[in-house]
Ligand binder design. Sequence first.
Ligand code: ADP
Ligand code: ASP
Ligand code: MG
Length: 415
Amino acid sequence: MQRTVLKFGGTSVGDLDRIAHVADLVSWRASQGEKLAVIVSAMAGETNKLVGFARGAAGDNLSGPSFDDEYDVVVSSGEQVTSGLLALALRKRGLKARSWLGWQLAMKTSSAHGKARIMGFENSGLLDAVDGGEIAVIAGFQGVTDEGRVSTLGRGGSDTSAVAVAAALGAESCDIYTDVDGVYTTDPRIVPQARRLDKISYEEMLEMASLGAKVLQTRSVELAMNHQVRVRVLSSFAQPGEDNPGTYVCSEDEIVEKQIVNGVTYSRDEAKVTLYGVEDKPGVSARIFSMLADAGVNVDMIVQANARGPERANMVFTCTSADSENAEKLLLNSKADIGFESLSVSRDVAKVSVIGVGMKSHTGVAGTMFDALYRKGINIDVISTSEIKISVLIDAAYTELAVRALHTAFGLDAT
Ligand code: ADP
Ligand code: ASP
Ligand code: MG
Protein backbone atom coordinates (compact mmCIF):
# COMPACT_ATOMS: atom_id res chain seq x y z
CA MET A 1 0.00 0.00 0.00
CA GLN A 2 1.49 3.33 -1.01
CA ARG A 3 1.18 5.91 1.72
CA THR A 4 2.24 9.44 0.86
CA VAL A 5 2.60 12.55 2.94
CA LEU A 6 1.91 15.94 1.36
CA LYS A 7 2.64 19.28 3.02
CA PHE A 8 1.34 22.70 2.00
CA GLY A 9 2.97 25.90 3.32
CA GLY A 10 1.48 29.27 4.19
CA THR A 11 1.24 30.86 0.73
CA SER A 12 -0.20 27.62 -0.63
CA VAL A 13 -3.15 27.85 1.80
CA GLY A 14 -3.18 31.68 1.89
CA ASP A 15 -6.92 32.11 1.20
CA LEU A 16 -10.03 30.07 0.35
CA ASP A 17 -9.20 30.02 -3.38
CA ARG A 18 -5.71 28.66 -2.67
CA ILE A 19 -7.23 26.07 -0.29
CA ALA A 20 -9.66 25.03 -3.04
CA HIS A 21 -6.69 24.58 -5.40
CA VAL A 22 -4.88 22.49 -2.76
CA ALA A 23 -8.03 20.37 -2.38
CA ASP A 24 -7.98 19.78 -6.16
CA LEU A 25 -4.31 18.71 -6.01
CA VAL A 26 -4.96 16.39 -3.06
CA SER A 27 -8.05 14.98 -4.72
CA TRP A 28 -6.01 14.19 -7.85
CA ARG A 29 -3.33 12.44 -5.78
CA ALA A 30 -6.03 10.36 -4.05
CA SER A 31 -7.47 9.42 -7.47
CA GLN A 32 -4.05 7.88 -8.28
CA GLY A 33 -4.57 5.35 -5.49
CA GLU A 34 -2.32 6.99 -2.89
CA LYS A 35 -3.24 6.83 0.80
CA LEU A 36 -2.72 10.35 2.04
CA ALA A 37 -1.78 12.32 5.12
CA VAL A 38 -1.71 16.07 4.40
CA ILE A 39 0.08 18.52 6.67
CA VAL A 40 -0.89 22.18 6.50
CA SER A 41 0.67 25.42 7.73
CA ALA A 42 -1.27 28.48 8.82
CA MET A 43 -2.46 30.91 6.14
CA ALA A 44 0.34 33.24 4.97
CA GLY A 45 0.98 36.04 7.49
CA GLU A 46 -1.24 34.44 10.13
CA THR A 47 1.55 33.15 12.40
CA ASN A 48 3.27 36.56 12.38
CA LYS A 49 -0.03 38.15 13.37
CA LEU A 50 -0.51 35.66 16.21
CA VAL A 51 3.07 36.23 17.44
CA GLY A 52 2.25 39.96 17.56
CA PHE A 53 -0.93 39.27 19.58
CA ALA A 54 0.94 37.12 22.11
CA ARG A 55 3.66 39.74 22.55
CA GLY A 56 1.12 42.55 22.78
CA ALA A 57 -0.84 40.76 25.50
CA ALA A 58 2.28 39.89 27.50
CA GLY A 59 3.82 43.37 27.57
CA ASP A 60 7.44 43.25 28.76
CA ASN A 61 7.43 39.63 29.72
CA LEU A 62 8.38 38.10 26.34
CA SER A 63 10.25 34.95 27.19
CA GLY A 64 10.58 32.36 29.92
CA PRO A 65 8.19 29.99 31.63
CA SER A 66 5.50 32.59 32.23
CA PHE A 67 5.23 33.37 28.50
CA ASP A 68 6.35 30.44 26.35
CA ASP A 69 3.56 27.92 27.03
CA GLU A 70 0.74 30.37 26.33
CA TYR A 71 2.64 31.74 23.31
CA ASP A 72 2.38 28.21 21.89
CA VAL A 73 -1.36 28.05 22.56
CA VAL A 74 -1.82 31.29 20.61
CA VAL A 75 0.54 30.75 17.66
CA SER A 76 -0.47 27.13 17.03
CA SER A 77 -4.06 28.19 16.34
CA GLY A 78 -3.38 29.21 12.73
CA GLU A 79 -2.82 25.59 11.73
CA GLN A 80 -6.02 24.47 13.44
CA VAL A 81 -7.98 26.77 11.13
CA THR A 82 -6.39 25.56 7.89
CA SER A 83 -6.65 21.86 8.83
CA GLY A 84 -10.41 22.23 9.33
CA LEU A 85 -10.83 24.31 6.17
CA LEU A 86 -8.96 21.84 3.97
CA ALA A 87 -10.90 18.89 5.44
CA LEU A 88 -14.14 20.72 4.57
CA ALA A 89 -12.93 21.50 1.04
CA LEU A 90 -12.04 17.81 0.52
CA ARG A 91 -15.44 16.68 1.80
CA LYS A 92 -17.03 19.12 -0.63
CA ARG A 93 -15.26 17.13 -3.39
CA GLY A 94 -16.81 13.89 -2.13
CA LEU A 95 -13.69 12.64 -0.35
CA LYS A 96 -13.49 11.14 3.13
CA ALA A 97 -11.34 13.50 5.20
CA ARG A 98 -10.90 14.68 8.78
CA SER A 99 -8.61 17.09 10.60
CA TRP A 100 -6.08 16.01 13.25
CA LEU A 101 -4.55 18.39 15.77
CA GLY A 102 -1.17 17.77 17.42
CA TRP A 103 -2.69 16.46 20.69
CA GLN A 104 -5.02 14.13 18.82
CA LEU A 105 -2.17 12.35 16.98
CA ALA A 106 -0.64 12.53 19.68
CA MET A 107 2.58 14.09 18.47
CA LYS A 108 4.59 14.10 21.68
CA THR A 109 7.29 16.73 22.00
CA SER A 110 9.79 18.01 24.51
CA SER A 111 8.66 20.81 26.82
CA ALA A 112 10.88 23.43 25.16
CA HIS A 113 7.96 25.69 24.24
CA GLY A 114 8.43 27.67 21.02
CA LYS A 115 11.15 25.29 19.80
CA ALA A 116 9.97 21.86 20.91
CA ARG A 117 11.49 18.67 19.50
CA ILE A 118 9.34 15.77 18.36
CA MET A 119 9.78 12.69 20.55
CA GLY A 120 7.32 10.33 18.83
CA PHE A 121 3.68 9.46 18.26
CA GLU A 122 1.25 7.76 20.56
CA ASN A 123 -1.00 5.27 18.84
CA SER A 124 -3.95 7.34 17.77
CA GLY A 125 -5.61 5.52 14.93
CA LEU A 126 -3.94 7.71 12.31
CA LEU A 127 -2.49 4.71 10.49
CA ASP A 128 -5.83 2.89 10.42
CA ALA A 129 -7.61 6.00 9.21
CA VAL A 130 -5.13 6.56 6.38
CA ASP A 131 -5.07 2.90 5.35
CA GLY A 132 -8.86 2.90 5.47
CA GLY A 133 -8.88 5.56 2.76
CA GLU A 134 -9.64 8.62 4.87
CA ILE A 135 -7.46 11.61 4.09
CA ALA A 136 -5.84 12.79 7.31
CA VAL A 137 -5.47 16.56 7.31
CA ILE A 138 -2.92 17.34 10.02
CA ALA A 139 -2.24 20.70 11.64
CA GLY A 140 1.51 21.20 11.24
CA PHE A 141 3.86 23.03 13.61
CA GLN A 142 2.11 21.82 16.79
CA GLY A 143 2.47 18.97 19.26
CA VAL A 144 1.73 18.15 22.86
CA THR A 145 4.09 17.80 25.83
CA ASP A 146 4.11 15.07 28.47
CA GLU A 147 2.39 17.61 30.73
CA GLY A 148 -0.48 17.75 28.23
CA ARG A 149 0.31 21.29 27.10
CA VAL A 150 0.29 22.48 23.46
CA SER A 151 3.76 23.01 22.00
CA THR A 152 5.17 24.38 18.73
CA LEU A 153 8.23 23.31 16.77
CA GLY A 154 9.85 26.65 15.87
CA ARG A 155 9.20 28.82 12.82
CA GLY A 156 8.85 26.80 9.64
CA GLY A 157 8.09 23.75 11.78
CA SER A 158 5.35 22.28 9.58
CA ASP A 159 8.09 20.85 7.37
CA THR A 160 9.30 18.89 10.39
CA SER A 161 5.76 17.76 11.23
CA ALA A 162 5.46 16.41 7.68
CA VAL A 163 8.73 14.48 7.77
CA ALA A 164 7.90 13.06 11.22
CA VAL A 165 4.49 11.84 10.01
CA ALA A 166 6.12 10.38 6.87
CA ALA A 167 8.63 8.48 9.02
CA ALA A 168 5.90 7.23 11.38
CA LEU A 169 3.68 6.06 8.50
CA GLY A 170 6.57 4.53 6.56
CA ALA A 171 5.48 6.75 3.67
CA GLU A 172 6.94 6.27 0.21
CA SER A 173 7.52 10.00 -0.17
CA CYS A 174 7.10 13.28 1.67
CA ASP A 175 6.11 15.94 -0.85
CA ILE A 176 6.62 19.49 0.40
CA TYR A 177 4.44 21.72 -1.81
CA THR A 178 5.48 25.38 -1.64
CA ASP A 179 5.54 28.67 -3.56
CA VAL A 180 8.65 27.78 -5.61
CA ASP A 181 8.96 24.70 -7.81
CA GLY A 182 11.94 23.14 -6.05
CA VAL A 183 15.21 23.79 -4.29
CA TYR A 184 17.32 26.27 -6.23
CA THR A 185 21.05 26.95 -6.32
CA THR A 186 20.19 30.07 -4.32
CA ASP A 187 17.06 31.98 -3.33
CA PRO A 188 15.32 32.54 -6.71
CA ARG A 189 13.74 35.70 -5.31
CA ILE A 190 17.08 37.48 -5.18
CA VAL A 191 18.94 35.80 -8.04
CA PRO A 192 16.72 35.38 -11.12
CA GLN A 193 19.44 33.23 -12.75
CA ALA A 194 19.17 30.63 -9.97
CA ARG A 195 18.67 27.08 -11.25
CA ARG A 196 16.35 24.41 -9.89
CA LEU A 197 18.23 21.32 -8.77
CA ASP A 198 16.77 17.92 -9.74
CA LYS A 199 18.36 16.33 -6.69
CA ILE A 200 20.24 17.51 -3.64
CA SER A 201 21.91 15.40 -0.95
CA TYR A 202 20.60 15.41 2.61
CA GLU A 203 23.99 16.70 3.75
CA GLU A 204 23.96 19.69 1.39
CA MET A 205 20.31 20.46 2.09
CA LEU A 206 21.04 20.39 5.81
CA GLU A 207 23.82 22.95 5.40
CA MET A 208 21.72 25.08 3.05
CA ALA A 209 18.77 25.10 5.46
CA SER A 210 20.87 25.86 8.51
CA LEU A 211 22.74 28.61 6.65
CA GLY A 212 19.60 30.48 5.65
CA ALA A 213 17.70 28.80 2.76
CA LYS A 214 14.33 28.79 4.47
CA VAL A 215 12.70 26.51 1.90
CA LEU A 216 12.94 23.64 4.43
CA GLN A 217 13.25 23.87 8.21
CA THR A 218 16.67 22.55 9.27
CA ARG A 219 15.23 19.97 11.65
CA SER A 220 13.04 18.51 8.93
CA VAL A 221 16.14 17.71 6.87
CA GLU A 222 17.91 16.24 9.90
CA LEU A 223 14.91 14.02 10.61
CA ALA A 224 14.61 12.98 6.94
CA MET A 225 18.28 12.08 6.85
CA ASN A 226 18.09 10.03 10.05
CA HIS A 227 14.98 8.14 8.94
CA GLN A 228 15.86 8.04 5.22
CA VAL A 229 12.58 9.73 4.29
CA ARG A 230 12.45 10.69 0.60
CA VAL A 231 11.60 14.37 0.59
CA ARG A 232 10.57 16.22 -2.54
CA VAL A 233 10.07 20.00 -2.79
CA LEU A 234 7.62 21.03 -5.53
CA SER A 235 5.21 23.75 -6.61
CA SER A 236 1.71 24.09 -5.18
CA PHE A 237 0.85 26.38 -8.08
CA ALA A 238 0.92 23.57 -10.66
CA GLN A 239 -2.36 22.15 -11.93
CA PRO A 240 -3.45 18.64 -10.85
CA GLY A 241 -1.69 16.08 -13.04
CA GLU A 242 0.67 18.66 -14.57
CA ASP A 243 4.38 17.81 -14.86
CA ASN A 244 5.83 19.00 -11.53
CA PRO A 245 9.11 17.17 -10.87
CA GLY A 246 10.48 19.44 -8.12
CA THR A 247 13.68 18.60 -6.28
CA TYR A 248 14.44 15.30 -4.53
CA VAL A 249 16.39 15.44 -1.30
CA CYS A 250 18.18 12.11 -1.23
CA SER A 251 21.39 10.24 -0.36
CA GLU A 252 24.62 11.47 -1.88
CA ASP A 253 25.18 8.18 -3.73
CA GLU A 254 21.97 8.71 -5.73
CA ILE A 255 23.51 11.83 -7.28
CA VAL A 256 25.61 11.04 -10.30
CA GLU A 257 26.89 14.46 -11.26
CA LYS A 258 28.49 16.07 -8.22
CA GLN A 259 29.17 19.79 -8.39
CA ILE A 260 31.92 21.39 -6.34
CA VAL A 261 29.51 24.09 -5.22
CA ASN A 262 25.78 23.43 -5.42
CA GLY A 263 24.33 26.32 -3.50
CA VAL A 264 24.80 29.83 -2.14
CA THR A 265 22.88 30.98 0.93
CA TYR A 266 22.58 34.09 3.03
CA SER A 267 21.30 34.96 6.46
CA ARG A 268 20.67 38.47 7.71
CA ASP A 269 19.57 37.25 11.11
CA GLU A 270 23.10 37.54 12.49
CA ALA A 271 24.92 39.58 15.11
CA LYS A 272 28.63 39.93 15.75
CA VAL A 273 29.76 40.24 19.37
CA THR A 274 33.33 41.43 20.04
CA LEU A 275 34.92 41.13 23.45
CA TYR A 276 37.98 43.38 23.74
CA GLY A 277 40.87 42.65 26.03
CA VAL A 278 39.87 39.22 27.22
CA GLU A 279 42.34 37.66 29.67
CA ASP A 280 44.47 35.20 27.72
CA LYS A 281 44.59 32.22 30.07
CA PRO A 282 43.16 28.70 30.15
CA GLY A 283 39.48 28.36 31.07
CA VAL A 284 38.27 31.78 29.93
CA SER A 285 36.71 30.59 26.66
CA ALA A 286 35.13 27.66 28.48
CA ARG A 287 33.52 30.05 30.96
CA ILE A 288 32.19 32.40 28.26
CA PHE A 289 30.73 29.75 25.99
CA SER A 290 29.34 27.49 28.73
CA MET A 291 27.50 30.47 30.15
CA LEU A 292 26.05 31.35 26.74
CA ALA A 293 25.09 27.71 26.06
CA ASP A 294 23.35 27.41 29.42
CA ALA A 295 21.28 30.47 28.50
CA GLY A 296 20.27 28.87 25.18
CA VAL A 297 22.37 31.25 23.03
CA ASN A 298 23.41 29.42 19.89
CA VAL A 299 26.94 30.54 19.04
CA ASP A 300 28.12 30.09 15.48
CA MET A 301 31.45 31.51 14.27
CA ILE A 302 34.24 32.07 16.83
CA VAL A 303 37.55 33.87 16.31
CA GLN A 304 40.20 34.71 18.86
CA ALA A 305 43.10 37.01 18.03
CA ASN A 306 46.06 38.06 20.16
CA ALA A 307 45.69 41.72 19.40
CA ARG A 308 46.35 43.08 22.88
CA GLY A 309 49.83 41.89 23.66
CA PRO A 310 50.66 38.66 25.42
CA GLU A 311 48.17 38.97 28.28
CA ARG A 312 45.02 40.04 26.50
CA ALA A 313 43.17 38.88 23.37
CA ASN A 314 40.13 39.99 21.43
CA MET A 315 37.36 37.47 20.94
CA VAL A 316 34.68 37.62 18.24
CA PHE A 317 31.65 35.36 17.95
CA THR A 318 28.36 35.41 16.08
CA CYS A 319 24.85 34.39 17.09
CA THR A 320 21.33 35.18 15.85
CA SER A 321 20.32 38.81 16.29
CA ALA A 322 17.44 37.60 18.49
CA ASP A 323 19.91 35.93 20.87
CA SER A 324 22.38 38.82 20.84
CA GLU A 325 20.55 41.02 23.36
CA ASN A 326 20.51 38.20 25.86
CA ALA A 327 24.20 37.43 25.16
CA GLU A 328 25.13 41.07 25.65
CA LYS A 329 23.28 41.28 28.97
CA LEU A 330 24.80 38.06 30.29
CA LEU A 331 28.34 39.04 29.33
CA LEU A 332 28.09 42.53 30.79
CA ASN A 333 26.74 41.09 34.05
CA SER A 334 29.77 38.80 34.36
CA LYS A 335 32.36 41.24 33.02
CA ALA A 336 34.50 41.19 36.16
CA ASP A 337 34.18 37.46 36.57
CA ILE A 338 35.20 36.64 32.98
CA GLY A 339 37.77 39.42 32.79
CA PHE A 340 37.41 41.54 29.65
CA GLU A 341 37.78 45.27 29.01
CA SER A 342 34.81 46.14 26.80
CA LEU A 343 32.24 44.72 24.44
CA SER A 344 30.52 45.74 21.20
CA VAL A 345 27.61 44.22 19.27
CA SER A 346 27.00 44.79 15.58
CA ARG A 347 23.74 43.71 13.99
CA ASP A 348 24.43 45.12 10.50
CA VAL A 349 26.12 41.92 9.41
CA ALA A 350 25.12 39.01 7.18
CA LYS A 351 26.48 35.53 6.69
CA VAL A 352 26.96 34.36 3.12
CA SER A 353 27.89 30.73 2.45
CA VAL A 354 28.77 28.41 -0.42
CA ILE A 355 27.88 24.73 -0.06
CA GLY A 356 28.79 21.60 -1.99
CA VAL A 357 29.78 17.98 -1.30
CA GLY A 358 32.40 18.30 -4.06
CA MET A 359 34.47 20.45 -1.67
CA LYS A 360 35.46 17.26 0.14
CA SER A 361 37.69 16.34 -2.78
CA HIS A 362 38.50 19.69 -4.42
CA THR A 363 40.79 22.50 -3.39
CA GLY A 364 40.62 26.17 -4.33
CA VAL A 365 37.02 26.90 -3.31
CA ALA A 366 38.05 29.41 -0.64
CA GLY A 367 40.34 31.21 -3.11
CA THR A 368 37.56 31.50 -5.72
CA MET A 369 35.12 32.72 -3.07
CA PHE A 370 37.39 35.36 -1.55
CA ASP A 371 38.49 36.57 -4.98
CA ALA A 372 34.87 37.01 -6.16
CA LEU A 373 34.11 39.08 -3.05
CA TYR A 374 37.30 41.13 -3.38
CA ARG A 375 36.41 41.99 -7.00
CA LYS A 376 33.15 43.53 -5.74
CA GLY A 377 35.00 45.42 -3.00
CA ILE A 378 33.35 43.40 -0.23
CA ASN A 379 35.34 43.06 2.97
CA ILE A 380 35.34 39.74 4.83
CA ASP A 381 34.96 40.05 8.57
CA VAL A 382 34.92 36.47 9.88
CA ILE A 383 35.35 33.12 8.10
CA SER A 384 34.23 29.65 9.10
CA THR A 385 34.43 26.36 7.24
CA SER A 386 33.26 22.76 7.41
CA GLU A 387 33.91 19.83 5.11
CA ILE A 388 31.21 20.97 2.67
CA LYS A 389 30.76 24.72 3.23
CA ILE A 390 32.55 28.03 3.62
CA SER A 391 30.80 30.93 5.34
CA VAL A 392 31.86 34.55 5.58
CA LEU A 393 30.49 37.37 7.66
CA ILE A 394 30.15 40.64 5.75
CA ASP A 395 28.46 44.03 5.98
CA ALA A 396 24.71 43.35 5.56
CA ALA A 397 24.41 46.10 2.93
CA TYR A 398 26.36 43.90 0.49
CA THR A 399 24.36 40.68 1.00
CA GLU A 400 22.64 40.52 -2.39
CA LEU A 401 25.72 41.69 -4.27
CA ALA A 402 27.78 38.97 -2.60
CA VAL A 403 25.23 36.22 -3.27
CA ARG A 404 25.00 37.17 -6.96
CA ALA A 405 28.78 37.43 -7.36
CA LEU A 406 29.34 34.00 -5.78
CA HIS A 407 26.55 32.43 -7.81
CA THR A 408 28.26 33.61 -10.98
CA ALA A 409 31.80 32.81 -9.79
CA PHE A 410 30.93 29.16 -9.16
CA GLY A 411 29.24 28.77 -12.55
CA LEU A 412 25.75 28.33 -11.13
CA ASP A 413 23.90 30.91 -13.28
CA ALA A 414 21.30 29.47 -15.64
CA THR A 415 22.24 29.98 -19.25
P1 ADP B 1 6.22 27.69 2.89
O1 ADP B 1 5.32 28.77 3.36
O2 ADP B 1 5.66 26.89 1.78
O3 ADP B 1 6.75 26.85 4.01
P2 ADP B 1 8.71 29.20 2.84
O4 ADP B 1 8.50 30.67 2.64
O5 ADP B 1 9.00 28.72 4.20
O6 ADP B 1 7.46 28.43 2.21
O7 ADP B 1 9.90 28.70 1.88
C1 ADP B 1 9.85 28.95 0.50
C2 ADP B 1 10.72 30.16 0.18
O8 ADP B 1 12.08 29.82 0.42
C3 ADP B 1 10.71 30.55 -1.28
O9 ADP B 1 9.67 31.44 -1.55
C4 ADP B 1 12.09 31.19 -1.48
O10 ADP B 1 12.06 32.59 -1.52
C5 ADP B 1 12.88 30.78 -0.26
N1 ADP B 1 14.18 30.19 -0.59
C6 ADP B 1 15.37 30.57 -0.03
N2 ADP B 1 16.37 29.89 -0.54
C7 ADP B 1 15.85 29.02 -1.45
C8 ADP B 1 16.42 28.04 -2.31
N3 ADP B 1 17.73 27.80 -2.34
N4 ADP B 1 15.58 27.35 -3.12
C9 ADP B 1 14.26 27.59 -3.10
N5 ADP B 1 13.66 28.51 -2.31
C10 ADP B 1 14.44 29.22 -1.48
N1 ASP C 1 3.03 28.63 10.50
C1 ASP C 1 4.33 28.36 11.08
C2 ASP C 1 5.30 29.50 10.73
O1 ASP C 1 4.93 30.45 10.06
C3 ASP C 1 4.87 27.03 10.69
C4 ASP C 1 5.16 26.84 9.22
O2 ASP C 1 4.70 27.62 8.36
O3 ASP C 1 5.82 25.86 8.89
O4 ASP C 1 6.42 29.46 11.14
MG1 MG D 1 8.34 27.09 5.37
